[in-house]
Design a protein around this ligand. Structure first.
Ligand code: PEP
Length: 264
Protein backbone atom coordinates (compact mmCIF):
# COMPACT_ATOMS: atom_id res chain seq x y z
CA UNK A 1 0.00 0.00 0.00
CA UNK A 2 2.84 2.39 0.89
CA UNK A 3 4.50 1.69 -2.45
CA UNK A 4 1.19 2.21 -4.23
CA UNK A 5 1.02 5.74 -2.88
CA UNK A 6 4.62 6.85 -3.42
CA UNK A 7 4.06 7.87 -7.06
CA UNK A 8 1.33 10.32 -6.06
CA UNK A 9 3.21 11.49 -2.97
CA UNK A 10 6.32 12.30 -4.99
CA UNK A 11 4.49 15.01 -6.89
CA UNK A 12 2.81 16.46 -3.80
CA UNK A 13 5.71 16.56 -1.35
CA UNK A 14 8.16 19.03 -2.82
CA UNK A 15 10.42 18.78 0.20
CA UNK A 16 10.90 15.05 -0.32
CA UNK A 17 13.90 14.27 -2.46
CA UNK A 18 13.56 11.53 -4.99
CA UNK A 19 16.25 9.02 -5.87
CA UNK A 20 15.46 6.70 -8.77
CA UNK A 21 17.64 3.68 -9.55
CA UNK A 22 17.89 2.70 -13.20
CA UNK A 23 19.46 -0.76 -13.22
CA UNK A 24 19.36 -0.96 -17.02
CA UNK A 25 19.96 -4.55 -18.24
CA UNK A 26 21.54 -5.65 -14.93
CA UNK A 27 22.14 -7.79 -12.95
CA UNK A 28 22.28 -11.17 -14.68
CA UNK A 29 20.72 -13.22 -11.87
CA UNK A 30 17.75 -12.76 -9.57
CA UNK A 31 19.96 -13.66 -6.60
CA UNK A 32 22.16 -10.63 -7.30
CA UNK A 33 19.08 -8.47 -7.85
CA UNK A 34 17.78 -9.50 -4.43
CA UNK A 35 21.09 -8.54 -2.79
CA UNK A 36 21.06 -5.08 -4.39
CA UNK A 37 17.43 -4.47 -3.48
CA UNK A 38 18.05 -5.50 0.15
CA UNK A 39 20.94 -3.01 0.47
CA UNK A 40 18.82 -0.31 -1.15
CA UNK A 41 15.92 -1.12 1.16
CA UNK A 42 18.09 -0.74 4.26
CA UNK A 43 19.35 2.65 3.07
CA UNK A 44 15.87 3.79 2.04
CA UNK A 45 14.35 2.94 5.39
CA UNK A 46 17.04 4.94 7.24
CA UNK A 47 16.87 8.04 4.99
CA UNK A 48 14.47 10.71 6.18
CA UNK A 49 12.84 12.92 3.57
CA UNK A 50 13.90 10.74 0.65
CA UNK A 51 11.70 8.60 -1.60
CA UNK A 52 13.55 5.81 -3.34
CA UNK A 53 12.30 4.13 -6.49
CA UNK A 54 14.00 1.09 -8.02
CA UNK A 55 13.56 0.40 -11.73
CA UNK A 56 14.91 -3.12 -12.25
CA UNK A 57 14.55 -5.15 -15.46
CA UNK A 58 10.77 -5.69 -15.64
CA UNK A 59 11.17 -9.46 -15.36
CA UNK A 60 12.32 -9.07 -11.72
CA UNK A 61 9.81 -6.44 -10.66
CA UNK A 62 6.94 -8.44 -9.16
CA UNK A 63 9.21 -10.74 -7.13
CA UNK A 64 11.51 -7.96 -5.89
CA UNK A 65 8.60 -5.87 -4.76
CA UNK A 66 7.50 -8.43 -2.16
CA UNK A 67 8.51 -7.25 1.30
CA UNK A 68 10.09 -4.03 0.00
CA UNK A 69 7.67 -1.53 1.44
CA UNK A 70 10.33 1.09 2.18
CA UNK A 71 10.56 1.99 -1.48
CA UNK A 72 8.60 2.05 -4.70
CA UNK A 73 9.27 0.32 -8.01
CA UNK A 74 9.17 1.37 -11.60
CA UNK A 75 9.94 0.25 -15.12
CA UNK A 76 12.67 1.48 -17.46
CA UNK A 77 10.39 1.81 -20.48
CA UNK A 78 6.84 1.09 -21.60
CA UNK A 79 5.21 0.47 -24.95
CA UNK A 80 3.33 3.34 -26.56
CA UNK A 81 0.22 1.21 -27.13
CA UNK A 82 -2.36 -0.31 -24.80
CA UNK A 83 -2.13 -3.90 -26.05
CA UNK A 84 -1.82 -5.95 -29.22
CA UNK A 85 0.73 -7.21 -31.71
CA UNK A 86 3.86 -5.51 -30.35
CA UNK A 87 6.33 -8.32 -29.70
CA UNK A 88 8.59 -7.75 -26.74
CA UNK A 89 6.74 -4.68 -25.45
CA UNK A 90 5.27 -4.16 -21.99
CA UNK A 91 2.28 -1.86 -21.67
CA UNK A 92 1.88 0.82 -19.02
CA UNK A 93 -1.07 -1.04 -17.54
CA UNK A 94 0.90 -4.30 -17.32
CA UNK A 95 3.66 -2.41 -15.50
CA UNK A 96 1.11 -0.91 -13.14
CA UNK A 97 -0.47 -4.32 -12.50
CA UNK A 98 2.97 -5.74 -11.65
CA UNK A 99 3.47 -3.10 -8.97
CA UNK A 100 5.23 -0.27 -10.80
CA UNK A 101 4.24 3.26 -9.83
CA UNK A 102 6.62 5.08 -12.17
CA UNK A 103 7.86 4.60 -15.73
CA UNK A 104 11.08 5.97 -17.18
CA UNK A 105 10.31 7.24 -20.67
CA UNK A 106 12.58 8.51 -23.43
CA UNK A 107 15.87 7.43 -21.89
CA UNK A 108 18.77 8.37 -24.17
CA UNK A 109 19.59 4.66 -24.60
CA UNK A 110 16.09 4.19 -26.11
CA UNK A 111 16.34 7.38 -28.15
CA UNK A 112 19.65 6.07 -29.54
CA UNK A 113 17.70 3.07 -30.88
CA UNK A 114 15.49 5.43 -32.85
CA UNK A 115 12.82 6.57 -30.41
CA UNK A 116 11.56 9.99 -31.54
CA UNK A 117 10.03 12.76 -29.46
CA UNK A 118 6.65 11.81 -31.00
CA UNK A 119 6.95 8.22 -29.70
CA UNK A 120 8.16 9.48 -26.32
CA UNK A 121 5.08 11.73 -26.15
CA UNK A 122 2.81 8.71 -26.70
CA UNK A 123 4.60 6.83 -23.92
CA UNK A 124 4.25 9.75 -21.50
CA UNK A 125 0.51 9.83 -22.27
CA UNK A 126 0.24 6.03 -21.92
CA UNK A 127 1.92 6.15 -18.51
CA UNK A 128 -0.44 8.84 -17.24
CA UNK A 129 -3.46 6.98 -18.60
CA UNK A 130 -2.39 3.92 -16.57
CA UNK A 131 -1.79 6.05 -13.45
CA UNK A 132 1.96 5.66 -13.60
CA UNK A 133 4.16 8.69 -12.94
CA UNK A 134 6.21 9.26 -16.11
CA UNK A 135 9.86 10.24 -15.72
CA UNK A 136 10.52 12.03 -18.99
CA UNK A 137 14.23 11.86 -19.81
CA UNK A 138 15.73 14.72 -21.76
CA UNK A 139 19.29 15.84 -22.43
CA UNK A 140 21.60 16.94 -25.18
CA UNK A 141 24.27 14.71 -26.74
CA UNK A 142 26.90 17.44 -26.70
CA UNK A 143 27.29 20.99 -25.44
CA UNK A 144 28.15 23.49 -28.14
CA UNK A 145 29.51 26.97 -27.47
CA UNK A 146 26.67 28.52 -29.49
CA UNK A 147 24.03 27.13 -27.10
CA UNK A 148 22.22 24.97 -29.68
CA UNK A 149 21.85 22.31 -26.99
CA UNK A 150 19.20 24.49 -25.37
CA UNK A 151 16.99 24.13 -28.47
CA UNK A 152 17.43 20.35 -28.29
CA UNK A 153 16.34 20.29 -24.64
CA UNK A 154 13.48 22.68 -25.33
CA UNK A 155 12.16 20.49 -28.18
CA UNK A 156 12.42 17.35 -26.06
CA UNK A 157 10.32 18.98 -23.33
CA UNK A 158 7.69 20.58 -25.55
CA UNK A 159 7.33 17.60 -27.90
CA UNK A 160 7.55 15.07 -25.05
CA UNK A 161 4.66 16.82 -23.28
CA UNK A 162 2.67 17.32 -26.48
CA UNK A 163 0.00 14.73 -25.61
CA UNK A 164 -0.37 15.72 -21.96
CA UNK A 165 -3.30 17.93 -21.01
CA UNK A 166 -2.41 21.09 -19.07
CA UNK A 167 -3.68 19.89 -15.66
CA UNK A 168 -1.57 16.72 -15.93
CA UNK A 169 1.73 18.40 -16.87
CA UNK A 170 2.81 18.85 -13.18
CA UNK A 171 2.48 15.08 -12.70
CA UNK A 172 5.33 14.46 -15.14
CA UNK A 173 8.80 14.25 -13.62
CA UNK A 174 11.59 15.62 -15.80
CA UNK A 175 14.95 13.84 -15.67
CA UNK A 176 17.69 15.98 -17.18
CA UNK A 177 20.39 13.57 -18.32
CA UNK A 178 23.01 15.10 -20.59
CA UNK A 179 24.18 12.19 -22.70
CA UNK A 180 27.82 13.30 -22.51
CA UNK A 181 27.73 12.76 -18.74
CA UNK A 182 26.15 9.30 -18.66
CA UNK A 183 28.06 6.19 -17.56
CA UNK A 184 31.26 7.96 -16.51
CA UNK A 185 32.85 9.03 -13.22
CA UNK A 186 31.77 11.78 -10.81
CA UNK A 187 34.43 14.12 -12.23
CA UNK A 188 32.77 13.92 -15.67
CA UNK A 189 29.31 14.88 -14.41
CA UNK A 190 27.81 18.32 -14.90
CA UNK A 191 28.99 21.10 -12.60
CA UNK A 192 26.43 22.17 -9.99
CA UNK A 193 26.33 25.74 -11.35
CA UNK A 194 25.61 24.49 -14.88
CA UNK A 195 22.91 22.20 -13.52
CA UNK A 196 21.33 25.12 -11.70
CA UNK A 197 21.21 27.06 -14.95
CA UNK A 198 19.63 24.13 -16.77
CA UNK A 199 17.06 23.63 -14.02
CA UNK A 200 15.95 27.27 -14.44
CA UNK A 201 15.82 26.82 -18.22
CA UNK A 202 13.66 23.67 -17.90
CA UNK A 203 11.19 25.45 -15.62
CA UNK A 204 11.06 28.40 -18.01
CA UNK A 205 10.21 26.09 -20.91
CA UNK A 206 7.53 24.29 -18.89
CA UNK A 207 6.06 27.68 -17.99
CA UNK A 208 5.21 28.02 -21.68
CA UNK A 209 2.76 25.15 -21.15
CA UNK A 210 1.43 25.79 -17.64
CA UNK A 211 1.05 28.44 -14.99
CA UNK A 212 4.45 29.79 -13.84
CA UNK A 213 3.95 28.89 -10.15
CA UNK A 214 3.13 25.30 -11.11
CA UNK A 215 6.07 25.15 -13.52
CA UNK A 216 8.43 26.20 -10.73
CA UNK A 217 7.13 23.28 -8.70
CA UNK A 218 7.66 20.53 -11.30
CA UNK A 219 9.95 17.76 -10.06
CA UNK A 220 13.32 17.81 -11.82
CA UNK A 221 15.91 15.06 -11.46
CA UNK A 222 19.48 15.00 -12.67
CA UNK A 223 21.14 11.89 -14.11
CA UNK A 224 24.67 11.33 -15.35
CA UNK A 225 27.54 9.92 -13.29
CA UNK A 226 26.05 10.60 -9.88
CA UNK A 227 28.30 9.06 -7.25
CA UNK A 228 28.66 9.63 -3.49
CA UNK A 229 31.34 12.25 -4.03
CA UNK A 230 29.24 14.62 -6.17
CA UNK A 231 25.73 13.83 -4.89
CA UNK A 232 25.55 16.41 -2.12
CA UNK A 233 26.90 19.34 -4.19
CA UNK A 234 24.65 18.57 -7.15
CA UNK A 235 21.59 18.44 -4.92
CA UNK A 236 22.30 21.51 -2.86
CA UNK A 237 23.74 23.80 -5.54
CA UNK A 238 22.18 22.27 -8.66
CA UNK A 239 18.55 23.13 -7.82
CA UNK A 240 17.17 19.67 -8.53
CA UNK A 241 14.79 17.48 -6.52
CA UNK A 242 16.79 14.29 -6.79
CA UNK A 243 18.60 11.94 -9.12
CA UNK A 244 18.14 9.25 -11.72
CA UNK A 245 21.10 6.99 -11.00
CA UNK A 246 22.51 4.38 -13.38
CA UNK A 247 25.70 2.43 -12.62
CA UNK A 248 26.01 3.56 -8.99
CA UNK A 249 22.54 2.16 -8.22
CA UNK A 250 23.93 -1.38 -8.68
CA UNK A 251 26.67 -0.87 -6.12
CA UNK A 252 25.59 -2.03 -2.66
CA UNK A 253 28.14 0.22 -0.94
CA UNK A 254 27.95 3.38 -3.06
CA UNK A 255 24.22 3.65 -3.72
CA UNK A 256 23.32 3.73 0.00
CA UNK A 257 25.79 6.64 0.28
CA UNK A 258 23.99 8.53 -2.49
CA UNK A 259 20.68 7.97 -0.67
CA UNK A 260 22.30 9.15 2.56
CA UNK A 261 23.64 12.28 0.85
CA UNK A 262 20.10 13.12 -0.26
CA UNK A 263 18.86 12.77 3.31
CA UNK A 264 21.49 14.97 4.88
C1 PEP B 1 21.33 6.73 -16.75
O1 PEP B 1 21.68 6.11 -17.75
O2 PEP B 1 20.12 6.97 -16.53
C2 PEP B 1 22.37 7.19 -15.85
C3 PEP B 1 22.11 8.23 -15.11
O3 PEP B 1 23.53 6.50 -15.87
P1 PEP B 1 24.84 6.74 -14.99
O4 PEP B 1 24.38 7.10 -13.59
O5 PEP B 1 25.56 5.45 -15.05
O6 PEP B 1 25.57 7.87 -15.62
Amino acid sequence: MLCERVGEKMNRMKKTRLIVANWKMNPVTFTEAKKIVEATKRAASRARGVSVVVCPPAIYLAALRKGSRAMAFGVQDIGAHEAGAFTGEISAEMARNSGATVAIVGHSERRRLGESNAVVAKKVAAALAAKLTPILCIGENIRDAGGDYLSVVRAQIMEGLAEVSTPLVPKVIIAYEPVWAIGKKAGDAILPADLHEMSIFIKKVIAERIDRAKALNVTILYGGSVEPENAHALLTSGDVDGFLVGHTSLDTTEFPLVIKAAAS
